[in-house]
Design a protein around this ligand. Sequence first.
Ligand code: NAD
Length: 263
Amino acid sequence: MYPDLEGKTVIITGAATGIGKACAIRFGQEKANVIINFHSDKQVKETEKIIEEIEQHGGKAIAVQGDVTKEEDIKNLINKAVEEFGSLDVMINNAGIENEVPSHELTLEDWNKVISTNLTGQFLGCREALDYFLENDIQGSIVNMSSVHEIIPWPHFVHYAASKGGIKLMTQTLALEYAPKKIRINSIAPGAINTPINAEKFSDPKLKEGVLKLIPMGYIGEPEEIAATAVWLASNQASYVTGLTLIADGGMTLYPGFQAGKG
Ligand code: NAD
């Protein structure tokens, strides 16, 4: 547990499901004030359950609908945080999407959709949080959800890989730019995690087996294991850490093909 997170206000985008949801609950367990951003009308019920769980742990939470690709929606998230809890201390830019298409068939529409959600959406979250931190003299913290695909090339997912590669240098650039203000900006690179984004793939035993072969630790990660890295990065325990991509992937980026002395 990280006592300095108690009473801090954190926005988490795309927090109705998967990693974002696990982060919301974990920050709630740390007794933080959580703004659960959700995208679709269909997610309202899920956010109500998350709020209930956070309150059971002694945290506070509200749900705010919004599309991370829209400037006005990101500004609204920050306004709601300040209205409800008086401040903003931590921004978790987590919302993201992917779809599989051979690159020569990828439409401009699909390219733009993934880049605008995964990269532009995270940039807008960073920009608005930074503007708020600077205006209010807050030494805040930003955590961007990247992926092992900021390192590992991923055929059929060129838009996704490009967005995550972009997040890497965006995070490092912003970290360097705002380090003198003691604002820390880091990212997390999860490997294969058990969330709705992978539901179809992991429900097919053959596809799941193929993924498991790429993970030296031999299991698919749980969203709570990613949330554990997010609270650490946001907490004072990481006070000297900025511009880092924290890889949480069960060893996926360690060239698993070389395991057992091959190569
Ligand atoms: P998920 O599909 O459960 O979560 C993504 C969330 O983003 C959903 O709740 C969705 O509604 C929301 N979202 C999508 N478009 C949005 C928009 N325009 N505005 C606001 N919200 C929007 O999947 P997840 O695995 O929890 O993904 C969370 C993040 O983790 C993503 O950035 C993803 O790229 C990253 N990631 C996931 C894995 C994995 O294996 N699950 C691995 C590496 C990185």
